[in-house]
Write a protein that binds this ligand. Structure first.
Ligand SMILES: Nc1nc2c(ncn2[C@@H]2O[C@H](COP(=O)(O)OP(=O)(O)OP(=O)(O)O)[C@@H](O)[C@H]2O)c(=O)[nH]1
Length: 659
């Protein structure tokens, strides 16, 4: 079987050729084989195709969508490891097809969110329809730009469901990375046509491919060949306009004025304004108010036809009504619902509380609205003695949590206290009373405050992940000691070529969730890449650790740690808190404690910042201004007892610095 597969895969002679995976789907190839295949594609690179490219300047309103029969439609995603150039390639494709004007300023235009622009990463998949003319034929291409970071791979998998093919971008300088392979798997499993594209070839290229052709998304070199490959290599979506209307909801967002805007892939039939449609999930009927294409802005059209990808607004008031993965059909023509998607599984939980309880209603509305646009976040009401009423939110990873927090602040002007992130631990209870209370002997703990005491627990369990690291062999030693320090157990180590090693480790999720990726990147000069998948639960010796400021516990920083890591974690947290907390009028004792036993302590000496010290002379308005500014600065602080702690300290304290 393996021989057959390798032969099949190695038959991929040139970029742009659809991998013949459908015929060999009896077994998923190993990571190693995938790597070799991708490397093969990388070495072969993209052929320069002679071009008959012409962009179509027609505006969508003027375009009659019925003139694009199914065989003239191509739906594809751009997938890649983080920063390999997906959004930059999307810019060029948009420019070349006239969807956006060609200017120097076009930089990742599909990354519309402020957080995406600031961080330079994509967090939300974006759809754009392009009109492309090739060999006298006009095509409608629907492109979905996806995020590269592992936290957002859920966005990738559901985007793939609306496509028949993918462009798998590989940065020529970095080669195949962990998410390249992970995304390859996703596309492979979805049975899509895969077109590998080697990007950034005009910069620093490894010698192995210097004599090969590739593309430069930044400069636009050879990008038109990519469009031609899309038309030639990606199959059309199938389906017929004569079938009953059936559409898959693959994404949705919430507009304050118009309600839910659902992104749909029309599987069959047609839909127009005024039609009555039903959502299979809720069996509720809605009237279509508006529909159209995303170019990438919304462009209303009269109808959408089989094979097309677009948006639909039908008076849905809540994103839950347009559940992702749901099927829409005409009320007078029921169809069998599509299988839908597995719900996203939260890996990291944290509490969110308003800075001041009077801001609770405003924060509730902000969280509700933002979760409408990001349905992978789970929300549960929560409350704490110190922080009042709030919520416990579940995220796909720490970056996801930071992005959500940043969006709350930027888009909704909300100011929140976020507690220490925790992974979903489990406890097997021994107390009959508790078993009855919890309706079973196993409880999942997503809040350290609810960590059951050892006296009522038979066993604690922690979630594990199987991590894959790809790195140049020069860094193997350093990486192995990092993995060991994170309680990683090595499962395998394979040389995938002369200089690159693939390491597989079983890690407790808690050990990699906060800063493992950043550390791995920095210790390998950016060359190592990391990906992980769930690997069930394992028994672990867990304890609850509190952080105290002048004797008062800081609830945000209560964590569940492995017993053998308690001292080092507690000491490091105290040290970093000392760095983050500004000196105040009195001495501050920072302590880490397990139960009543203090295991680490640091002290912040007393000091008073006199903001008026440099203010000579007696102008009272100037003094007032300085005092006001100081008071505003203090707003960004959270008061624990009488100690002011900067808000940022809570997250930064959790990030360990490896020596
Ligand atoms: N030199 C060079 N730089 C490029 C090229 N294509 C993209 N870049 C740069 O690579 C960086 C990342 O590009 P993006 O397009 O944001 O990458 P991405 O894959 O969309 O990133 P994520 O969405 O965060 O995964 C940017 O600084 C781009 O300017 C290229 O062909 N040549």
């Amino acid at each position: 079987m393996t021989y057959f597969l390798v032969k099949q895969l190695c038959d991929i002679s040139l970029l742009g050729r659809v991998l013949p995976f459908k015929v060999c789907r009896r077994k998923i190839p190993s990571y190693n084989i995938c790597y070799r295949v991708l490397r093969h594609c990388l070495v072969k690179s993209l052929p320069v195709l002679s071009s008959s490219f012409r962009s179509l300047s027609t505006q969508p309103d003027a375009v009659d969508l019925s003139k694009f029969p199914v065989d003239k439609i191509r739906n594809f995603c751009i997938i890649a490891h983080i920063d390999h150039g997906k959004s930059t390639l999307a810019d060029r494709l948009l420019e070349m097809t006239g969807a956006i004007a060609k200017t120097e300023k076009n930089k990742q235009v599909l990354d519309k969110l402020q957080v995406e622009r600031e961080r330079g990463i994509t967090v939300k998949a974006q759809t754009a329809s392009l009109f492309y003319s090739h060999d006298g034929q006009e095509y409608l291409l629907n492109l979905i730009d996806t995020p590269g970071h592992v936290d957002f791979s859920y966005e990738v998998s559901r985007s793939l469901s609306a496509c028949q093919g993918v462009l798998l971008i590989i940065d020529a300088n970095q080669g195949i990375q962990a998410q390249t392979v992970a995304n390859f798997y996703l596309a492979f499993e979805a049975q899509l046509a895969i077109i590998p594209v080697i990007n950034k070839v005009l910069s620093d290229i490894p010698t192995e491919i210097t004599d090969r052709e590739g593309i430069s998304a930044k400069l636009g070199t050879n990008v038109e060949a990519v469009l031609q490959a899309v038309v030639k290599r990606i199959p059309h979506p199938g389906g017929s306009v004569d079938d009953p209307f059936k559409a898959l909801v693959f994404d949705s967002n919430f507009d304050h004025y118009r309600g839910v805007v659902a992104n749909i892939a029309v599987i069959g039939g047609r839909v127009k304004k005024g039609d009555n449609i039903v959502s299979a999930h809720l069996s509720k009927t809605y009237e279509v108010n508006e529909l159209g294409l995303l170019r990438p802005e919304e462009h209303a059209t009269q109808k959408l036809f089989a094979g097309q990808v677009g948006y639909i607004i039908a008076g849905m008031k809540d994103v839950k009504e347009a559940q992702i993965g749901d099927t829409l059909y005409r009320h007078d023509h029921p169809v069998q619902a599509l299988p839908g998607f597995k719900p996203a599984k939260a890996m990291v939980f944290a509490g969110m509380y308003p800075m001041d309880q009077s801001e609770y209603p405003a924060l509730r509305s902000a969280i509700e609205r933002l979760t409408l646009n990001d349905s992978s976040v789970t929300v549960q009401r929560d409350s704490s003695l110190a922080l009042g009423a709030g919520w416990r939110l579940g995220f796909l990873g720490l970056l996801h949590m930071e992005v959500f927090n940043q969006r709350l602040e930027q888009e909704y002007n909300a100011s929140v206290i976020v507690t220490s992130p925790t992974v979903p631990y489990k406890a097997i209870l021994s107390s009959a009373k508790l078993i009855k209370e919890h309706g079973g002997e196993e409880v999942t703990i997503v809040n350290p405050a609810q960590f059951p005491d050892r006296s009522v627990v038979l066993e604690y369990l922690e979630p594990m992940v199987l991590g894959t690291i790809l790195a140049p062999d020069a860094y193997t030693g350093k990486i192995m000691s990092l993995c060991l320090s994170r309680r990683g157990v090595q499962k395998s180590m394979v040389y995938i070529d002369e200089q690159r090693v693939m390491l597989k480790y079983l890690f407790p999720l808690n050990e990699i969730v906060v800063d493992f990726y950043d550390l791995l990147k920095s210790m390998s000069s950016g060359y190592a890449s990391f990906d992980y998948e769930n690997a069930d639960y394992q028994a672990a010796d867990l304890i609850k650790m509190d952080i105290l400021l002048n004797g008062r516990p800081v609830e945000e920083l209560t964590t569940i740690v492995h017993r053998e890591r308690a001292y080092s974690t507690g000491k490091a947290m105290c040290e970093r808190l000392k760095e983050s907390i500004p000196r105040q009028m009195f001495e501050i004792a920072i302590q880490a404690a397990i139960g009543s036993k203090v295991i680490a302590r640091e002290t912040v000496k007393a000091f008073r910042k006199n903001v008026l010290a440099k203010c000579y002379g007696g102008d009272i308005t100037r003094k007032m201004k300085l005092l006001k500014r100081q008071a505003e600065g203090k707003k960004k602080m959270r008061r624990v007892g009488n100690v002011d702690v900067p808000k940022d300290a809570f997250i930064s304290v959790l990030k360990r610095k490896e020596k």
